[in-house]
Ligand binder design. Structure first.
Ligand code: SIN
Length: 309
C-alpha cells in the first residue's frame, strides 16, 4: 500500500492496516470517490464515507449548518443517493484509494442496516461503520443507539450479514455511554467510534426563531472535545475492543489526548472545514515528534496510558 510506511504511527485496527491513526470522520466530504481519494492523499490513514441508507434521501432544507462558538451545529437529514447508486462510488473509490475505506451506513430497521451493510461490503468496503447516533433524524440514528436492546439487534443482524469488521458509532446523548458500548460489543461490534455530535440548537435573536430548518442539530468541533475524551475514557474502562476517538480534534495534542484516554485511532471532521485537508499532515507530524520526544517506538504504546499512570 502506497501510504503504509513501517514506523511509529502504523496501526492495525481490527485487521485494517493504517499508515497512521488519523481517519476522515463520516459526515463531511465523504460523498465521492474523488474527495475520499484526495483526503487519503492529504495523509489520512483511513477514510469513512458519508452515511448511506437503503433509499435515496434528500435531507433537510437549508440552512443545514450554523456556526457556534468553538464548533458547528449541523442538521443535514442524512442526505444520500441510496446504496444501489452509492455502490458505484464505493467500487470507484476502491480502484483509486491507497488507504482503507470504511462505509458508514444507517437504516430504519435492523434489516435495512444489514441490507445496506451487505451491499457495501460486497463491492469492497473494508469495514462498515454503523451510524446509530445521528441525533435528529426520526426512527434511525440515536433513536436506535440510545436503546441497548434495539442497538444489539441491529449490530447482531449486520454481523450476520457481512464478513468485514463492524464499527459502531456511539451517541453522547445518553445517560451512560459505557452501558451502550457494552451492549454493542456483546452483540458483536469489532470496534467503537466515540462520539457523534451533541444535540444542540441555535436561535436567531432578530427573528426569535431557531436557525436550522430542522431546529435541532448536532454540535461538533472543539466545543465537544472534553465530552468526547471523557466518553472514550469511560468506554475504555468497560470494554476490550478498539475505540476510535472522534470529536473536536484539531491539533496533534488533541489526538494524543484521545489516545491516552484509550482510543486506538482518531477521526477528524469539523477541523477540515476550519483548517483544510492539511490538518492530517500537521497532526501526524506533531504526533510523530511527540512520540519521539517521549521515547515511544510505536503509537500503540500510549493507548490508554492515562488509566495506568
Ligand atoms: C446529518 O446528515 O444530518 C448528520 C449525520 C449525523 O449526525 O450522523
Amino acid at each position: 500500500m502506497k501510504h503504509y510506511l513501517s514506523g511509529r504511527l502504523n496501526v492495525n485496527l481490527v485487521g485494517l492496516r493504517l499508515a497512521n491513526p488519523t481517519m476522515l470522520a463520516s459526515g463531511i466530504l465523504g460523498y465521492s470517490a474523488e474527495t475520499l481519494e484526495s483526503i487519503a492523499e492529504s495523509g489520512a490513514g483511513a477514510v469513512v464515507t458519508k452515511s448511506v441508507g437503503l433509499k435515496p434521501q434528500k435531507g433537510y432544507a437549508n440552512p443545514t449548518v450554523v456556526q457556534a462558538n468553538c464548533g458547528l451545529i449541523n442538521a443535514m437529514g442524512l442526505p444520500n443517493s441510496g446504496i444501489d447508486e452509492f455502490v458505484n462510488e464505493i467500487r470507484l473509490a476502491k480502484t483509486v484509494l491507497h488507504a482503507p475505506l470504511v462505509v458508514s451506513v444507517f437504516g430504519f430497521s435492523e434489516e435495512e442496516y444489514a441490507t445496506v451493510a451487505k451491499k457495501a461490503a460486497e463491492v469492497g468496503a473494508d469495514a462498515i461503520e454503523l451510524n446509530v447516533s445521528c441525533p435528529h433524524v426520526k426512527e434511525t440514528g440515536s433513536e436506535i443507539g440510545q436503546n441497548p436492546e434495539i442497538l444489539a439487534k441491529v449490530v447482531w443482524n449486520v454481523k450476520a450479514a457481512v464478513d468485514k469488521p463492524v464499527f459502531v458509532k456511539l451517541s453522547p446523548n445518553v445517560t451512560d455511554i459505557a452501558d451502550i458500548a457494552e451492549s454493542a460489543v456483546k452483540a458483536g461490534a469489532d470496534a467503537l467510534t466515540a462520539i457523534n455530535t451533541v444535540k444542540a440548537i441555535a436561535i436567531d435573536t432578530e427573528t426569535f426563531m431557531p436557525i436550522l430548518s430542522n431546529k435541532r442539530g448536532g454540535l461538533s468541533g472543539p466545543a465537544i472535545k472534553p465530552i468526547a475524551v471523557r466518553c472514550v475514557y469511560d468506554i475504555y474502562e468497560r470494554v476490550k475492543v478498539p475505540i476510535i476517538g472522534c470529536g473536536g480534534i484539531t491539533n496533534w495534542r488533541d489526538a494524543i489526548e484521545f489516545l491516552l484516554a484509550g482510543a486506538s485511532a482518531i477521526q477528524i471532521g469539523t477541523a477540515i472545514a476550519i483548517k483544510g485537508c492539511n490538518v492530517f499532515k500537521t497532526i501526524t507530524h506533531g504526533m510523530e515528534a511527540y512520540l519521539k520526544r517521549k521515547g515511544f517506538k510505536s503509537v500503540n504504546e500510549i493507548v490508554g496510558l492515562s488509566h495506568h499512570s
